[in-house]
Ligand binder design. Structure first.
Ligand code: GLC
Length: 712
């Protein structure tokens, strides 16, 4: 050990700015090799120093920066001049821990899922990642990947899976690639089954292995496929064992999913020095994964030094992979946290991404797009304090907010007249609506980390949305009565009830749209952007259709302080439940209209290759999101249908068509076999369904994987 240390110090003189030069410096070496060589040259104390935050973490009163300038901080190793690890929230942009400098409030994870557009997800990742880099942060604590099992979950807005594992995996892969293209390590969170906020720190989420692998793991698999460098184990227990010391589920992540990065705990979610179980880093402080705790475990052989080395290698491998280790150490200067990093480019990106994630649910009589030069009444959240983001650790203070009133005034045309009323006085709101050619009602609610929503009503959850007097549903009713051209724009954190949906001709949903909500919604309302987004969740017609038993949510024995809940619904979440129980949703998963229309034809299934055509059969240019659903053979015990692919076409002119070809994998045809702990191709005939949503299936075919294909 001594000779190696001497050898390294001889190299030390060569390096001024970056990591001390050594056997790990060759950039042509694979990142894993570089990490192994670096760790081989660390002392025991140096290795352990990388496994935790400052002893008195930010929540423990740590005052001095740079030791705790960010949400999570790991000191660099001075002798080797390794960079400090500067971890920061969150999944939808850089959250300034105490208000320093600007950053951009981007659309939320669920909102990006609604784009059904992997290129949009990649841009979302790279736009955020650039701001993290500019702020001196080298680990972004996002994307959030939990499936929306519980409609009332307070953090559904943050998670980019919606209710479908395939959608989550496709969007996650691209988002991670985008973030990590900016020399910032992404973080797949929260591993795993963090499906509710009620009693999140103690509740045990109890689900069987097949349910975990088929529904809850795939979004994380997508992140792994995108090369994600870190993951965050969650507060909850799984089947009675805390996630951050749960050997089974941490092994599922590292061995089952092939994750090669490192696992950090959620903040305060470490309950023991759990190296042996698979935890690699404690955040934010150092209560457990520190020298005095680990040395006895090492001496007693409970933890081996190679297990310790493996954890440290897992930490440095992604740091080499994305380029953190080859940046001058000054890049990660904590004083950058005070920089204003919002740029014209990030504002343009936030605007574009919000428009690409705005779902057109209804458009009767072609009310939309709005003609320019008309008189417009804007009601509700159109003015000050529009709903832009959800609350908690993922909340990003917008560098500024473009209100819908501002965006629409700019876009409405010179001869237009635009008037606003915040809707707190229903009589004046109705009078204004009656006086205009068109009335656009902006409704919204939001939700928050650490608490679940009290209901799916628009009239709950927006207590801190100034100007909201909890009468949004009434506001829509009176405006719809006052003006037949009533358009509703809803900014919501997930599922929502729309009791007035039959009474209005047009409805748009932009979820948690971020700070450029005003410009983006104007782009869609006036047709500068032809909407392409789709629902990543089923919107219920009746609240009873979403209800879970107390044993399922929030759990038992006392639903107010549950100790455990059971995933007895197994695979029947979201549209899978609606289809299996033949329930009628208000708006189905995958639904979203365009200002044009599309025709599907020429379905052909050859082996596992599915091809078809999509034609723009309408009058204006637009892009379609064609979806492929599979119905498994009866014997497989799967839900009636499940999304296995989607393709967003190019923008097609009227009459133009695009040929689509999808190559299904054997994994797409497989179910998880808990006995063998592996995937097995289902035997028999599959139904192939192509369409514009899970309930708008236009083409039907069959697929029979031949034996040689199965045993390729
Ligand atoms: C929180 C969240 C996690 C966040 C972390 C740091 O409790 O669960 O998503 O990244 O703490 O703020």
């Amino acid at each position: 050990m001594v000779c190696r240390l001497v050898a390294v110090s001889a190299w030390g003189a060569l390096a001024a700015q970056a990591l001390v030069a050594g056997p790990w410096s060759d950039r042509n070496l694979p990142a894993l090799e570089r990490a192994i060589r670096l760790v081989q040259n660390m002392s025991l104390a140096e290795k352990i120093s990388t496994l935790h935050g400052p002893a008195t973490g930010p929540t423990g009163g740590c005052k001095s920066s740079p030791d705790c300038a960010y949400v999570g901080n790991v000191k660099g190793i001075e002798r080797l001049d390794t960079p400090p690890l500067t971890l920061n929230d969150g999944p939808q942009g850089f959250r300034t821990p105490s208000g320093e400098g600007t950053s951009t409030s981007f659309p939320s994870g669920l909102t990006i899922a609604a784009s059904f557009d992997v290129e949009a997800a990649r841009e979302w990742g790279s736009s955020m990642g650039k701001e993290f880099y500019d702020k001196g942060s080298n680990i972004q604590l996002g994307p959030g990947l939990c499936l929306a099992r519980v409609p009332l979950n307070g953090r559904n807005f943050e998670y980019l899976a919606g209710e479908d594992p395939y959608l989550g995996s496709a969007i996650a892969k691209a988002a991670v690639e985008g973030i990590q293209s900016q020399k910032v390590v992404a973080n797949a969170k929260h591993w795993v089954l963090n499906s509710q906020e009620t009693a999140r720190g103690s509740v045990s989420e109890d689900a069987d292995e097949r349910t975990r692998y088929e529904l809850y793991y795939p979004p994380f698999e997508g992140a792994v496929a995108g090369g994600v460098g870190s993951a965050m184990c969650s507060y909850n227990k799984i089947n009675g064992v805390f996630s951050c010391e749960n050997k089974e589920t941490l092994r599922d992540l590292k061995e089952g999913l092939g994750f090669t990065g490192f696992v950090m705990s959620d903040w305060g979610a470490t309950h023991s020095p759990s190296l042996a179980q698979g935890l690699d880093m404690e955040m934010p402080a150092a209560a457990w994964m520190n020298e005095e705790m680990l040395k006895p475990a090492l001496d007693a052989g409970v933890v081996t030094e190679e297990k310790l080395d493996e954890a440290v290698v897992r930490i440095f491998r992604p740091l080499f992979e994305v380029g953190v280790m080859d940046e001058p150490t000054s890049t990660w200067d904590w004083k950058k946290i005070n920089k204003n990093v919002t740029t014209a480019a990030s504002i343009a990106s936030a605007r574009k991404l919000s428009a690409l994630s705005t779902v057109l649910l209804k458009n009767e009589r072609g009310v939309l797009p709005l003609p320019r030069g008309k008189s417009l009444a804007l009601l509700g959240f159109a003015g000050g304090y529009p709903v832009t983001h959800g609350g908690g650790s993922g909340a990003v203070t917008p560098s500024h907010v473009t209100w819908p009133l501002q965006g629409i005034e700019r876009a409405a045309g010179d001869t237009a007249s635009v008037h606003f009323d915040d809707g707190t006085n229903l009589t004046s709101a109705a009078a204004l609506a009656a006086s205009a050619d068109y009335a656009v009602v902006f409704v919204g609610t939001t939700s928050h980390e650490a608490q679940d929503r009290v209901s799916l009503s628009l009239d709950d959850g927006c207590d801190d949305c100034r100007g909201n007097k909890h009468q949004q549903n009434k506001l829509v009713e009176v405006v719809a009565q006052a003006n037949r051209n009533c358009i509703v724009v809803a900014s919501v954190p997930g599922h929502v009830l729309m009791p007035w949906s039959e009474d209005v001709p047009a409805i748009l949903v932009n979820f948690m749209p971020g700070q450029e909500v005003g410009s983006a919604i104007a782009d869609v309302l006036f047709g500068d952007v032809n909407p392409t987004a789709r629902l990543p969740l089923t919107f219920p017609r009746r609240v009873e259709d979403t209800e879970l038993s107390p044993a399922q949510y929030p759990g038992l024995p006392d639903p107010r302080h549950p100790d455990y809940n059971y995933y007895t619904e197994k695979l029947l979440v979201g549209y899978r439940l609606y289809d299996a129980h033949r329930l009628q949703p208000l708006f189905p998963f995958g639904h979203g209209l365009s200002y044009t229309s599309f025709a599907y034809s020429d379905l052909a299934v050859r082996g596992t290759t599915v091809s078809f055509s999509v034609e723009n059969s309408g009058k204006v240019a637009g892009a379609e999101v064609a979806q492929l659903y599979l119905g498994f053979p009866e014997s497989a015990g799967e839900p009636p249908l499940q999304l296995k692919a989607f393709r967003k076409t190019q923008v097609l002119k009227p009459g133009e068509r695009e040929a689509v070809e999808i190559q299904l994998s054997l994994r797409d045809l497989s179910v998880w076999c808990s006995k063998k702990h592996s995937w097995t191709v289902a035997q028999g005939t599959f139904k192939v369904m192509i369409g514009a949503s899970s309930r708008d299936l236009r083409l039907h075919g069959e697929l029979n994987p031949t034996m040689e294909q199965v045993y390729l």
